[in-house]
Write a protein that binds this ligand. Sequence first.
Ligand code: C5P
Length: 227
Amino acid sequence: NRKITIAIDGFSSTGKSTVAKQLAKELGYVYVDTGAMYRAVTLYALRKKFISENNFDVAGLIADLSLIKLKFIFNPEVGFGEMYLNGENVEKEIRQMQVSQYVSKIAAVPQVREMLVAQQQEMGREKGIVMDGRDIGTVVFPNAELKIFMTASARERAQRRFKELSERGEEVTYQQVLENVEERDLLDTTRKDSPLVKAEDAKEIDNSHLTLEGQFEKILELYDEAI
Ligand code: C5P
């Protein structure tokens, strides 16, 4: 089988990453979670106090971009690459609510996008890649052979995210998670640079009422058509 590029885009908490990982494993492809990259830059900005509740020092962050080294290192125990920020494993920390709260603001900075998109394109140079994000089919790999756009209702997504965070012991309420999901939807779809939109040639999957197996089956069908 020839190797292709698979772009999976969609709103937050649609289960994109679950399905993308599963697909990469099935095909023996590399999986890249681009959200983790935006989250790692956000963590850096939070630590350096470039961003906080009432302040955003965009110029400070931009001046520091060349100091932010991101790397995915494959962890055989979990079966995918974990995010390293300047040599430190930040895979857990970047999933925390505090990072989620600021990430869409960081992701709206064109210089941040420019840097990360270039790194993502480099990772996909040899194809055989499943990449998930917001702009993969539109900006990063506009020529991807297979593009999938995942949607689900905000309530359904908030419910899933809430369950995930609670299981990890984070103290959040469903209402807070729903607000965060809705706020990120709004920021991600209305930003000037590379807003979240479905690529014209992407196949849409609404998984509000699909099981994981049902969803995966559908994606495998689309893969078979694309190959
Ligand atoms: O996928 P995840 O929910 O972890 O992404 C976190 C945030 O990173 C998104 O809400 C979005 O603001 C940003 N992002 C982006 N472009 C991508 C991936 C993520 O703007 N390709």
